[in-house]
Ligand binder design. Sequence first.
Ligand code: DGY
Length: 318
Amino acid sequence: MARIFISRPRLPGAGVDLLASRFQVAQWRDDAVPGADDLRNLVRGCDGALLLGNDRVDAALLDAAGDGLRVIALASAGFDAVDQEAARARKVVVTHTPGVLAESTADIAFSLMLMARRRLGAAVDELRAGGWRSFQMDGYLGLDVHGATLGLIGYGQIARAVARRAAGFGMPVQHYSRTRRSDMFSRPVGLEELLRTSDIVSLHVPLTPETTGLIGARELALMKPTATLVNTARGAVVDESALLAALRTGALHSAGLDVMNGEPRCEPTDPLFAEPNLVVLPHVGSATERTRAAMVELAARNLLAVLGGEPAPTPLPG
Ligand code: DGY
């Protein structure tokens, strides 16, 4: 019987039961995330592993698993923690879970637009702290989301789900992507034009060497001082110090982040958490019961397929 390792204790949905019915399953039982040493020890002798997007898959892990390892199934769309070259060299198939989380993540991108532009995070904080004294015509004034021009950087499944929502808000939508694909919801433009003319810029690119630091001081300076930046992709796509500087000097109206560099971050003194025009969420883009269950089930189906000698439903692209 093939052996599978699962790197988290509680995974929503039927995926784990499906695997347990077919394979010998070893599962990490601690709430603390397993470190690199733990992962190396636990994958030893396994034929497959179900990991999360923040579990590093490198040559050391693949070698520790041994020659029997055939497949690593990520319950994650992002695969920036995978050394694809190392996996290819060892003939290990790596899969991910695109698509199933697009709508939920688009909901969070839209939530961040609304929270940041309408200053809802700051308003809730003040209310909870007993600071709301009276209705004032100039109280908690923000900027409209409906009718605002939306610029999407990247135009994959999540960005397209955001563009569909924007139609209902009467928002003109433009996007910048490698493919320059066009559809009824959005038109392709160059990056500079997008940054200069959008009221909201929302990031939907994978983290790669090309997209690391894609939005830095120069790009933020091109944006309107009334603009909002939203990031539901990966923290390292944005230069956080440049973002904080732009917010503090009023060069940018607001920002909403679901992702940060060096997650998880929980120091209350973190400058990201103190900035009034910045809303930060703890990486909850895909966090609905249905979507997380779908991610685990798709990861399980990838494992079953590869270990059954079939092609993986959703291998990494390329
Ligand atoms: C993803 O799937 O990439 C999300 O960010 C959760 O890891």
